[in-house]
Design a protein around this ligand. Sequence first.
Ligand SMILES: Nc1ncnc2c1ncn2[C@@H]1O[C@H](COP(=O)(O)OP(=O)(O)OP(=O)(O)O)[C@@H](O)[C@H]1O
Length: 308
Amino acid sequence: MADVVLNHISKTYNKGEVKAVTDVSFEVEKGELFGLIGPDGAGKTSIFRVLTTLLLPDAGSASVNGLDVVKDWKAIRQRVGYMPGKFSLYQDLTVEENLNFFATVFNTSVAENYDLIKDIYVQIEPFKDRRAGKLSGGMKQKLALCCALIHRPKVLFLDEPTTGVDTVSRKEFWEMLKRLKEQGITILVSTPYMDEATLCERIALIQDGKILSIDTPAQVVAQFPKNLYAIKSERMSQLLRDIRHLDYIDSCNSFGEYHHITFRDDDDYEIQKKLIADLNGKNHAYIEFKATPATIEDCFIKLLDQHE
Ligand SMILES: Nc1ncnc2c1ncn2[C@@H]1O[C@H](COP(=O)(O)OP(=O)(O)OP(=O)(O)O)[C@@H](O)[C@H]1O
């Protein structure tokens, strides 16, 4: 049986006015590293809170490690580690005190589970007497992960663990997750960063409380329905407006230093030549145009268009 199962889960707030999660179903296999990918307000935290038994769903059922989130809430809390999106540690306690506190709450000791957190803890050990509130973003994140792991959970829930953390620490964090996965821990991680999606084994793309797609990152990208092209010129905002006005263009979106475009019907050499000629006619100079592979972000935008 899968380690995390959601069956048509819905959750609303303000007496049904805010639909945070609508009819969401997916499963996370034992030992899988599964990503919930979506922007702010997509419903990720609500799903985490239902799965960690902190919130009751309005409809549907869910289980974690074979236990029902409503009926077996007490047993689930012993088996899961939860790193909430908002910094969850005691700011006035030191690194060491925080860790000891979380171990005590779960009726265990740091020594008993040290092997599991060792790789991560050694990186913050030099600061063990520093108050948690005085740590950098990356350090706080490592301490929060140690605290979520200290009772040796079977399933780990990480809600936007890399938000507000620098690029190097983000990379290190994902390497730590891979090592935890190798130890057999099931991991459900959420992120608004599309580039992190490729680091998961499978992902669910979520927007407005609804799942848009569930698959491996490679399959999500392979299902992008059209050829994709990247284009840039000297005046990027004007270029975006001008391209969007062309009736043979299907989509044009900003993407880093380029705009990504798809053509409505054919995208043969003739129509590509016409595009460049039309843009030259609108005084765009130094145009660079090339085919480019679709990314998760391109797929996300495309799926949003299809759902509107
Ligand atoms: N306690 C609450 N009362 C009312 N509305 C809420 C509450 N919690 C969340 N919401 C709303 O529910 C929707 C989903 O929020 P949720 O926090 O689950 O999404 P998220 O993907 O985790 O986004 P974020 O990263 O911003 O927390 C949002 O529109 C949010 O404003």
